[in-house]
Design a protein around this ligand. Structure first.
Ligand SMILES: [Zn+2]
Ligand SMILES: [Zn+2]
Length: 140
């Protein structure tokens, strides 16, 4: 029991915890953890990552997200992990198989793209409000 408590404290980095952008991530992570545990949310429909504790689009390129068993980020015809390209500006998510150069079309991969788009949108909602960019309309 004590081991778990210590581990929990180690995860929290004071500098990261202070950022409001991460607070929004923490909120979403907590909500999705609870929803997943109660069975209301499929682990593959999450827009945060329960394993990396980040927005999905920030860690989806990790080898841990290529899942031959479920077919997520995986090209079944070539039996290889698909490459993922995230364009944070336009909010587009592209999945390409490095071997056949096609989108490995499957329910799992379509869902992965949707979840990444939701993750991009979730992360953007807060950072846009936080960004200290001067309002252009005032200058015009
Ligand atoms: Zn992850
Ligand atoms: Zn392929």
């Amino acid at each position: 029991m004590f081991e778990f408590e210590n581990r929990g404290q180690l995860v929290l980095h004071p500098r990261i915890a202070a950022s409001q952008t991460v607070d929004r991530l923490t909120d979403t992570l907590t909500q999705e953890d609870a929803a997943e545990e109660s069975g209301a949310l499929s682990p593959h429909a999450r827009c945060t990552c329960a394993f990396h504790r980040r927005w999905l689009h920030q860690c989806v390129a990790s080898p841990a997200h290529a899942m031959p068993v479920t077919g997520h980020r995986w090209c079944r015809s070539c039996n290889v992990a698909a490459e993922v390209a995230i364009d944070e500006l336009s909010g587009t998510v592209t999945l390409t198989c490095p071997r056949c150069r096609r989108f490995p079309d499957s329910m799992a991969n379509r869902q992965l793209v949707r979840s990444c788009q939701a993750s991009l949108a979730g992360a953007r909602r807060k950072s846009r409000r936080l960004a200290s960019v001067p309002d252009r309309r005032q200058a015009a």
